[in-house]
Design a protein around this ligand. Structure first.
Ligand code: FE
Ligand code: CA
Length: 522
């Protein structure tokens, strides 16, 4: 979706956007506060329903200003328009909202009253400038028959270890819905290594200004902006939106107090809210923020997006100084402690209630960390389970599998982030018995850029017969097409993460047929 200068000029001349005095321009790059473009971070849409969605932007003429406020000061009115056509000729909804410093001059417009299952186009204007025209989409009506839906799923985009070519190729596929599986930003920077581009600062991000600027940096990326201009998104988070391997109120560093960590988490969650197209119900209350959500794609799919970070038990089998994910031997009884939870008991109940009520043909669970059992070896060759994934929360994993099985959930499929590898697995009714029934499939997306999973995992594959494929070298995303009869999943890999013009190809593709748990190679 590209801006249409001819139309922009016509509308500016007609004075439609006569909101504020100041510089008028036909080019959103040129104007803004002090003559600077306030829309350096682009725009986005998300949290779609059958009659609307959230439109997002954030004003930041100086995106990396040290105070985290993007070069903005006082309140500014921001005008938005939604049209039924891509030329923005038939505006069907419009309005103005105030952007102010409380949420770093971000705006979250909850649009309602639109028609179901169709594209819309939108843009913002403020301070004499305007965003490009962005495309979005409503969901189909509840229970409606849907012929096909195309998802694009992404995870793990570290700015410093590559360009976001994968996002550009996702955009080119014109998905109906973009799904972020976590690690949309990274809080840490690499040291002592030659890198194609650098973060805004070398130290770890720990405070509100720091997190705000980290999102601002990522949002300036043209490939990411292009992706957000093509379709609405839904997002869950993983650890790096806050800190590597945190769990609930605990830092990975066991010496950090819970109070200190919760202050950091509050800053990180606020910046996440400010930079994502989320509804008011997600406005954080201190360190707490409701993110988990469910989206019904008509009668075709129910999409359940859990939050696997905020409510989880501490990782098991840690040391006195570190709770960081590591391979713990099976002799560590905490791995299977039934009192431990990944989602928190309240969210578990919400997930299982949703399974119980689901009437959808496909039940899609995009989530953070590897769900399939994975027997792996540590550097000393001891065999165990990685403590930060579901393997460190085995009783919770069993409860989830039992809920899937007992509710007779139709066609359950997991899409997973975090691993930094493409991986395909059958999920077994009893994960400790590879010969037990297959009840679901798991597809893990490779990273957009982040360094690959350890090679030792590839050597561990023979011990994991339910894992059909793993590639820890490729970077890219998952493209998935759902119809009433089948799910086709494609692993899309870029040619080179260090090449800003990287090309794309399909590494592997799979088909899951309606009513037949397990997958087939396409
Ligand atoms: Fe990651
Ligand atoms: Ca992660």
């Amino acid at each position: 979706v590209s801006p249409r200068p001819d139309l922009i000029r016509r509308e500016v001349l007609a004075g439609v956007a006569a909101l504020t005095a100041g510089v008028w321009t036909t080019d959103s790059r040129a104007a803004g506060q002090g003559g600077r473009n306030p829309f350096t971070l682009g725009a986005a849409s998300g949290s779609p329903t059958a009659d609307g969605m959230v439109l997002w932007t954030r004003l930041a003429p100086d995106p990396l200003a040290a105070d985290g406020l993007g070069g903005m000061t006082g309140p500014v009115p921001v005008r938005w328009e939604v049209a039924a056509d891509e030329a923005m000729g038939q505006v069907v909804r419009s309005g103005a909202v105030q952007a102010d410093g409380r949420f770093a001059h971000s705006v979250h417009v909850e649009v309602a009253g639109l028609k179901s299952d169709r594209p819309y186009w939108f843009r913002f204007s403020a301070l004499g400038a305007r965003t490009a025209i962005h495309r979005t989409r409503t969901l189909p009506a509840a229970g409606a028959a849907v012929g096909e839906v195309k998802l694009a799923l992404a995870t793990c985009a570290h700015w410093e270890v590559g360009y976001f070519s994968a996002y550009r190729h996702m955009a080119a596929e014109n998905p109906d819905l973009i799904v972020f599986l976590g690690d949309y930003i990274y809080e840490y920077s690499y040291k002592g290594r030659k890198l194609p581009r650098r973060h805004d600062r070398a130290e770890d991000v720990v405070d509100l200004a720091g997190y705000r600027n980290r999102y601002a940096l990522y949002k300036t990326d043209p490939d990411l902006q292009r992706l957000h201009a093509t379709a609405p998104c839904v997002a869950t988070w993983d650890d790096h939106e806050v800190e590597n391997d945190y769990a609930n109120r605990w830092s990975q560093d066991a010496r950090v107090s819970e109070v200190a960590f919760l202050n950091r988490r509050a800053a990180a969650y606020q910046a996440f809210y400010e930079n994502m197209p989320l509804r008011r119900r997600s406005i954080p209350m201190g360190p707490n923020m409701r993110l988990y959500d469910r989206f019904d794609y008509g009668g075709l799919a129910q999409i359940t997006m859990p939050d696997g970070r905020q409510y989880r038990s501490q990782q098991p089998c840690g040391s006195a100084t570190s709770r960081k994910g590591h391979v713990a031997p099976l002799s560590c009884a905490d791995l299977a402690d039934p009192t431990r939870t990944m989602l928190g008991l309240e969210q578990e109940k919400w997930v299982y209630d949703g399974f119980e009520r689901s009437i959808a043909r496909w039940n899609i669970i995009p989530q953070q960390v590897l769900f399939a059992d994975f027997s792996e070896s540590d550097r000393q060759g001891h065999v165990g389970r990685f403590t930060d994934g579901w393997g460190g929360y085995q009783a919770a994993r069993t409860r989830m599998l039992q809920a899937i099985d007992q509710t007779r959930l139709k066609n359950p499929v997991m899409f997973t982030g975090d691993l930094h590898a493409f991986l395909t697995a059958d999920l077994k009714a009893d994960f400790s018995d590879p010969k037990s029934r297959t009840i679901a499939s798991e597809f893990v997306a490779g990273s957009i850029t982040s360094d690959g999973a350890p090679d030792s995992m590839i050597e561990d594959l023979p011990r994991n017969p339910h894992v059909h494929f793993m590639d820890n070298k490729a970077h890219g995303y998952i493209s998935a097409t759902l119809t009433p009869t089948r799910l086709e999943t494609r692993y899309r890999a870029i040619s080179d993460r260090f090449d800003p013009g990287a090309t794309i190809s399909t590494l592997k593709s799979y088909v899951v047929e309606d009513g037949r748990p397990g997958l087939m190679e396409a």
